[in-house]
Every structure is written in structure tokens, then in C-alpha cells.
Design a protein around this ligand. Structure first.
Ligand code: NAP
Length: 262
């Protein structure tokens, strides 16, 4: 299957590890030039160097926090200066802490809105004018299964991710005429550092071991296992590709059938 991605410029936010890194690697394997970011220099540089040497593609890597709109502006400008355009933008950030409603501070709420909603707004504002110029673009947001099915003690994710879905549908409607497709990917339980830290937190709160918690999460899905970051990344790459040229405004779960609805 020809994905049509060779030579495209893909910006992947929060991409030094986990789902973001897996998406960057798969886009590199398809021949995309990459712009990557994360907050920690050492892991980001290691990820960028590994991608360059394995896939032979150009990689721009900048350290900054995606909650800072000025840095997002500068990063998109640097990407366009280096590669001439930004064709694909995958928005992503670390997930909010697992807490019940009364345990959440106002800082928790502000942080979740900044990282998991406003960062998407910042990237969309910057990349859309470039995509309009080219009359081609893909924006893919990484959220969670919580966009369809709230998870206990993840009230921050349950509430804030819904705003991303509203944004995705609105952008899809407004910019489809410009050849820009906007979709959302919702991972289910996926074996990354994020899931390990959720397990560690829940283990403390419940007295269960981390292994028991992973077994519960696996049993909750139709396929009876947690996913890999590569399995989520495959959906992101498909949405970025020409294969998904008639798909926009959608939330697609990569959750092994954990979502219980129709
Ligand atoms: N794994 C799962 O089971 C699962 C399930 C549903 C939804 N999700 C969501 O999917 C997203 C990715 O999850 P993951 O499991 O891949 O997480 P992860 O393994 O913790 O990786 C997070 C990545 O984002 C970077 N990052 C975090 N906050 C950032 C910020 N403010 N600015 C710039 N970079 C930032 C991290 O690097 P630095 O720390 O160096 O910045 C790292 O590269 C999260 O929103 C998560 O909640 C994950």
C-alpha cells in the first residue's frame, strides 16, 4: 500500500518516548522529514539520533514545553524554515495525574487544560496557515479512550479530552475545504512509561501489585492484552497517509476493544 508519505514534513509533539516516539519512527519509516520536541534534552537527542541513523531521514529536535505558545510558534517557524512546510502535525503531551475529583487542585485543572487541550490549540493555530497555503494537511490529536468512555480516577482526562474532540470536529468542518483533515486517536491501555506510572500510583492506592493491575487492564479489552505504542502509531500513520484521504473529524480508538459501547 502506497501511503504517499515519502518526503512529507511531519511534526510530532511530545515525541522522545512512548506513543509520540513510536509515531515519529513509523512516519520516518515512510520517508517523512521530522520535527520532534519534548522537555528533556538527553532523551530527545537520543530519540532523534536513533531515528536519523535507522531511517536516514532529516530530523529537527527542539526541547521546550508544549504548554508555552511562544515556543510552539518558534518551533513551527523553525520547522518551516528548515523543511519548507509542515504537512502533518501530531499533537501530544504527557497525560494528567490519576485523581478523583475532590483530590484535584485548581493547579491540576489548569495544568491539564494547558497540556492536553490548549497545546493542541497552539499547534493548530500555527500549522493551519501553512497547510492552507499548500492546500494539504493532516492534524492528528493524541488523546485517550476517555473521549468515549470515562475511566474512574482519571477525571482530568475524562473532562479535558472532550474539549479536544470538539476542537477536532470544528477544525475538520472549517478547514476541510483547504485539504486539511483533522482526526483524533484515542489510545486504550498502552505499554509506555505513562502506563507504568499509572500502575505505580494505583498500586499504592489499592494495595494491588503493578502486575495485577496490568492483568486487570488486559482483561478489560476484547483482545485480552494491553497495546504497544507501535499499534497506536500505526493508526496515526494511516490517518496521515493518502489511504485516509476521505476521513476527517473522527475519533478512532486504538484500544484493543476496551471501549464497551457500539
Ligand atoms: N499509555 C497509555 O496507556 C495511554 C492511554 C490513553 C491515553 N494516553 C495518552 O497518550 C499521551 C502519550 O502517552 P504516552 O504513554 O506515550 O506517555 P509517555 O510515555 O509518558 O511519554 C510522554 C512524552 O511526552 C513528552 N512530554 C510530556 N509532557 C510534555 C510537555 N508538556 N511538553 C513537551 N513534551 C512533553 C515526554 O518527554 P519529556 O518528559 O522529556 O517532556 C515524552 O516524550 C498522553 O497524553 C497519555 O495520557 C496514554
Amino acid at each position: 500500500m502506497d501511503t504517499g508519505l515519502k518526503g512529507r514534513v511531519a511534526l510530532v509533539a511530545a515525541s522522545s518516548q512512548g506513543i509520540g516516539l513510536a509515531a515519529a519512527e513509523k512516519l520516518a519509516a515512510e520517508g517523512c522529514k521530522l520535527a520532534l520536541c519534548a522537555r528533556t534534552r538527553a532523551t530527545l537527542d537520543a530519540a532523534a539520533e536513533s531515528i536519523r541513523s535507522r531511517y536516514g531521514v532529516e530530523v529537527l529536535a527542539e526541547t521546550f514545553d508544549v504548554t508555552d505558545p511562544a515556543h510552539v510558534h518558534d518551533f513551527v517557524a523553525a520547522t518551516v524554515a528548515r523543511f519548507g512546510s509542515v504537512d502533518i502535525c501530531v499533537t501530544n503531551a504527557g497525560g494528567p495525574p490519576a485523581k478523583g475529583f475532590l483530590a484535584c487542585t485548581l493547579d491540576d485543572w489548569h495544568n491539564a487544560v494547558n497540556a492536553n487541550f490548549l497545546s493542541t490549540v497552539y499547534f493548530a493555530r500555527e500549522v493551519i496557515p501553512h497547510m492552507q497555503q499548500k492546500q494539504w494537511g493532516r492534524i492528528i490529536t493524541v488523546t485517550s479512550i476517555t473521549t468515549k468512555q470515562p475511566i474512574p480516577d482519571l477525571v482530568l482526562s475524562n473532562a479535558v479530552r472532550a474539549a479536544v474532540v470538539g476542537l477536532v470536529k470544528s477544525l475538520a468542518n472549517e478547514f476541510g475545504k483547504d485539504g486539511i483533515l483533522v482526526n483524533n486517536v484515542g489510545p486504550g491501555y498502552t505499554a509506555t512509561d505513562r502506563l507504568k506510572s499509572l500502575a505505580a500510583g494505583r498500586a499504592q492506592a489499592t494495595g494491588k501489585t503493578e502486575e495485577e493491575l496490568f492483568a486487570v487492564w488486559a482483561a478489560d479489552s476484547a483482545v485480552k492484552r494491553v497495546g504497544t505504542p507501535e499499534e497506536v502509531a500505526a493508526v496515526i500513520v494511516w490517518l496521515a497517509s493518502e489511504c485516509a484521504s476521505f476521513v476527517t473529524g473522527q475519533t478512532i480508538l486504538a484500544d484493543g476493544g476496551a471501549y464497551k459501547g457500539l
